[in-house]
Design a binder for this molecule. Structure first.
Ligand code: ATP
Ligand code: MG
Ligand code: MG
Length: 590
């Protein structure tokens, strides 16, 4: 019933395919420059996209948009999507992040291996080629070694309204540049002593074209190449080359790279002219990033939340990380549905968190089996039911999927019900238990409330009732009683008492740390002040016995409450603990 939202990149891919734009591409089954690709057969993949994370952190919901877009297009159009670690920054990258990124992409249900190709790549594998390409730019007069200090370079870059100034080193001879770049690689110079720059135009209105840096000296150990290199490519130089070496057709990134596209094209054109790359060259397309209310997606803020222990780690179910979402009980299908629904455009958009929650609800409603849980337990004593006796009631596992069958739930004299399902003095319109009223114990019997027991302070400690033996659900007598209340329950003698975590949104306002609107004088506030103090509530619940066998990550609808998952970290065999993924209805109100 939902029309897919606009996705302008999908339209571009469709048009490109219709025009046969990529039909002549060759692919040797492995990345490489023209010399490697030239003799290869035509590429069997109609398009190639890539998801290029830098392994310097955990993936968040924003990355999921990029993953769904890139892998989704490949899936839809008979293409392939590469998972490429953009590991050109030796200081910040770690194997821990690489592993977590691999897990997250797999968890979302995407794959880069298909039995023919294993498209997992590392930018660091291309460093030798990048050096060679930089040398070619020097040879053709398109790059030079600059020896200005960082401050001089900054001062000479100019501004949006002022052109930059040429470096005094800009006209070094090819031979001198070759010599210096070789010595940079040999480790003769300290970090920052020289830098290799593209020679384009210091007066360009696009600051990104004012002789951008392409290789810098960095004496650092890289997590994959070790100490082999002491010069590392700049991201803006490395990224287009990575795309071209991997034969990417549509290089999709977020809007902040729009101003980089002229350099992307400039660089690849020069390298193709030099015979190092094959045409057609990849093309960059930019889309607007995912922004969500009630969360922060900035890496800096996420790190702060973790390091200052406002949450319990990167996989805290309240964090908008994909490891957190997984622990929370969110579904991969829910993320895919969300991305399909919000579409792909170039205009900035802020998606309400309730849209994400609704996608999770819809997919969980489909897939999650139903179970009974009493979260705020109050004893119900059936005074006319024999002590020590029990019998089975049967509850359907999924109302939309009768093929999933029913399970037995023991019924006995003492049950747990929700505290809110009894009122000694009912308010108007209350149909649950109060003295004199009848209600159905779902999948069990109709009971008539006869009173309650209280402690010295007047708190209700047990509700008393009598059951109607001929009213059992599923028997012919069940229809004899017309009652409005329909309560869930578990047998006290059989229940599994478990820890349940009721998670809610981590922030209590839609724009954590942002202006509340209205008052232009108001300063940005500290986003930490907006943390919701009730985002995690731990309770002791009484669960139906079948839940004792729940496996880690198994998801359920707890009837009347919401969707829950057996926590994948803290659950033990035979002793699962549960996390609330999302309530049955949106309670935040908009
Ligand atoms: P940083 O550059 O600070 O490391 P990043 O979030 O850009 O952070 P990357 O590892 O470069 O991290 O991101 C990988 C891919 O995910 C990039 O193509 C990036 O554009 C995309 N991406 C990141 N954040 C979002 C977002 N909020 N919405 C959509 N795509 C995103
Ligand atoms: Mg990243
Ligand atoms: Mg980035």
């Amino acid at each position: 019933e939902h029309v897919p939202a606009a996705n302008f990149i999908r339209n571009i891919v469709e048009a490109d395919l219709a025009a046969g734009k990529h039909a002549s591409r060759r692919w040797a089954g492995r990345p490489g420059p023209a010399a490697v690709q030239a003799e290869a057969p035509l590429d069997a993949a109609k398009i190639r996209t890539r998801f290029p994370p830098e392994p310097n952190g955990y993936l968040h919901f924003g990355h999921a948009k990029s993953i769904c877009l890139n892998f989704g297009l490949a899936e839809q159009f008979g293409g392939r999507c590469h998972l490429r670690f953009d590991d050109t920054n030796p200081e910040k990258e770690e194997q821990e992040y690489v592993d977590s990124i691999i897990d997250a992409v797999k968890w979302l249900g995407f794959h880069w291996q298909d039995g023919v190709e294993d498209n997992l790549y590392h930018a660091s594998d291309y460093f030798d080629w990048m050096v060679q390409f930089a040398e070619s730019l020097i040879e053709t007069g398109h790059a030079y070694v600059d020896s200005q200090s960082a401050e001089e370079m900054r001062a000479n870059r100019g501004t949006l309204t002022q052109p930059g100034k040429d470096s005094p080193y800009r006209n070094r001879s090819v031979a001198e540049n070759q010599d210096l770049f070789r010595r940079m690689q040999a480790g003769e110079f300290a970090d920052g002593a020289h830098i290799l720059r593209a020679k384009i135009d210091m007066a360009s209105p696009n600051i990104n074209l004012r002789d951008p840096a392409i290789f810098r000296i960095r004496h650092a150990t890289h997590h994959r190449t070790g100490d082999k290199f002491c010069v590392y490519p700049m991201y803006t130089f490395a990224h287009p080359i990575e795309d071209a070496l991997e034969n990417i057709t549509h290089s999709i990134c977020t809007l902040e790279f729009e101003d980089q596209r002229p350099f992307y094209d400039w660089l690849l054109e020069r390298l193709a002219d030099a015979g190092l790359l094959l045409r057609p060259l990849p093309h960059q397309y930019e889309f607007s990033r995912l922004n969500l209310t009630y969360v922060v997606l900035s890496k800096r803020k996420l790190i702060q939340l973790v390091e200052e222990k406002h949450v319990e780690g990167w996989d805290d179910p309240r964090l908008p990380t994909l490891v957190g979402a997984r622990r929370r009980g969110y579904t991969a299908e829910g993320f895919r549905l969300l991305m399909e629904r919000i579409g792909v455009t170039k205009s900035d958009s802020l998606i309400d968190y309730s849209v994400l929650e609704e996608c999770m609800r819809e997919t969980l409603n489909e897939s999650a089996e139903r179970r009974i849980a009493v979260l705020d337990p109050l004893k119900l004593i059936i005074t006319n039911y024999p002590e020590g006796q029990s019998e089975e009631c049967h509850a359907p596992n999924h109302p939309l999927k009768p093929e999933l069958g029913k399970r037995a739930m023991p019924f006995s004299r003492e049950l747990w019900i929700e505290r809110e399902d009894f009122m000694e003095e009912p308010v108007k319109g209350y149909h649950r238990l109060y003295p004199g009223n009848m209600a159905r114990l779902r999948y069990g019997f109709v009971v008539k409330c006869t009173g309650c027991e209280k402690d010295a302070a007047g708190n209700v400690t047990a509700v008393l009732c009598e059951y109607l033996p001929d009213s059992k659900s599923g028997t012919p007598g069940a229809d004899n009683y017309k009652v409005k209340g329909n309560l869930h329950w578990v047998s006290a003698a059989h229940a599994y008492a478990a820890e349940v975590r009721l998670y809610d949104r981590l922030f209590k306002v839609a724009n954590p740390g942002g202006r509340r609107g209205g008052d232009p004088e108001e300063l940005e506030r500290d986003f930490l002040d907006d943390i919701n103090p009730n985002s995690k509530v731990v309770i002791g619940a009484q669960l139906e016995p079948a839940l004792k066998d729940a496996k880690a990550e198994e998801r359920f609808q707890f009837e009347r409450h919401g969707y829950f998952v057996a926590d994948r970290v803290d659950s033990k065999a035979g002793a699962p603990v549960f996390n609330r993924a999302v309530t049955l209805k949106d309670s935040w109100g908009h």
